[in-house]
Design a binder for this molecule. Structure first.
Ligand SMILES: Nc1ncnc2c1ncn2[C@@H]1O[C@H](COP(=O)(O)OP(=O)(O)OP(=O)(O)O)[C@@H](O)[C@H]1O
Ligand SMILES: [Mg+2]
Length: 341
């Protein structure tokens, strides 16, 4: 399938600063691609190179088969990270202003409703809250019903309910076939919206894949955490108790029980079916616990693990967490293992 968005070995320097160093990605039609990475990694520069607002020093970028500066703007929607629209317009006037730039624009009121601001049409843009302004800005990228949408941190500053409105909107657009590249620092957003996620670090994509594939590769194991206010002896009893409960439920042999940090017992890779047995055992033996939580690894764990590896590479020593996993790699492309690849 021909890629709708394609970057090949893009390079960009600002003086001594290297913003992009060999960034490559390929987004097929209808895919939502989530670009994540630390502040200064080059996400905005990559979006700018793909939308024709930054000229790369080397490499090629194409959108819908065209050079970004040549693409038919009716087919493109772009939300810059630092978008600031003209002053002294109401929300409706602002959308009408952008709609006026296109041949077959959408109705501004329909767009306002889509971003959850149906009642704000007559409000001056400058009188809207920051998150409401951001939603109008998202709306301004939709007035031409684009085929390809670049959203640089679309939900930054938007409250949780408004964020979900924007998420549903992006999901609807994706269901309608729109190709979307979005950047975000919100891992839940990337996990929910993106068919594939790419992690940009120091100007290049160091990992790409479906959220599931990335989590399986870098996310580590699930964790059952049992907090207890107990003394070390009780912690040991707790540990035995968990081990016995796991044996009884025939939990896989590679399950491990690690000793607690302070008063927390961390059980990795436990079969979820065994959790009930563990709780029963604790109750039966009258072992008091103050907290019990089970977490599965997610994209945030992936991000932290890869950021940690980058940091270790840079410093040649321990990263922030100090934890070192055996399969230490710095560059992996999981695209081939991804479901949508
Ligand atoms: N116009 C510019 N002039 C000089 N340096 C720039 C310019 N634009 C970006 N940079 C530098 O390039 C690097 C990448 O910046 P970029 O804005 O692409 O990062 P980012 O991943 O979008 O970060 P954030 O998550 O903070 O938005 C940074 O070191 C930044 O200081
Ligand atoms: Mg940015």
């Amino acid at each position: 399938m021909t890629a709708v968005v394609e970057a090949t070995a893009l390079e960009k320097r600002y003086g001594e600063t290297v913003a992009l160093s060999g960034a490559s990605l390929s987004i097929p039609a209808g895919e939502v691609f989530g670009l994540i990475g630390p502040n200064g990694a080059g996400k905005t520069t990559l979006v700018r190179a793909l939308t024709g607002t930054t000229e790369p020093d080397a490499g090629t970028a194409t959108v819908l088969g065209e050079s970004p500066t040549a693409i038919d703007r009716d087919r493109l929607g772009v939300l810059p990270q630092d978008f600031s629209p003209p002053d002294r317009l109401t929300a409706r006037e602002l959308l009408a202003y952008y709609a006026g730039l296109y041949d077959n624009p959408r109705d501004p009121d329909a767009v306002l409703a889509a971003v959850g601001l149906a009642d704000a049409g007559d409000t001056w843009y400058e009188d809207l809250s920051g998150g409401q302004q951001r939603r109008v800005c998202v709306g301004s990228t939709l007035v031409n019903d684009p085929d390809v949408l670049f959203l640089d941190e679309p939900t930054t500053g938007i409250d949780p309910a408004g964020r979900r409105t924007v998420w549903r909107l992006i999901e609807e657009l994706a269901a309608g076939g729109t190709t979307v590249l979005l950047t975000t620092h919100n891992m839940a957003e990337a996990e929910r919206l993106a068919d594939r996620v790419g992690l940009l670090a120091d100007g290049s994509l160091i990992a790409q894949g479906t959220p599931d594939a990335l989590v399986a590769e870098y996310g580590g194991s699930s964790r059952l955490e049992i907090e207890t206010a107990a003394d070390p002896d009780t912690l040991v009893e707790l540990e035995y108790s968990v081990e016995r409960a796991q044996r009884r439920t025939h939990t896989a042999a590679d399950d491990t029980v690690s000793s607690g940090v302070e008063d927390t017992l961390v059980v990795r890779d436990i079969d979820p079916a065994a959790i009930g047995a563990v709780v029963d055992a604790l109750e039966r033996q009258g072992l008091e616990y103050t907290g019990l939580s089970w977490t599965e690894p997610d994209l945030e764990d992936v991000y932290l693990e890869l950021a940690d590896r980058m940091e270790r590479e840079r410093t040649g020593g321990a990263g922030e967490s100090g934890e070192k996993k055996p399969d230490d790699e710095t560059t992996t492309d999981l695209t081939q293992t991804g479901e949508t690849a």
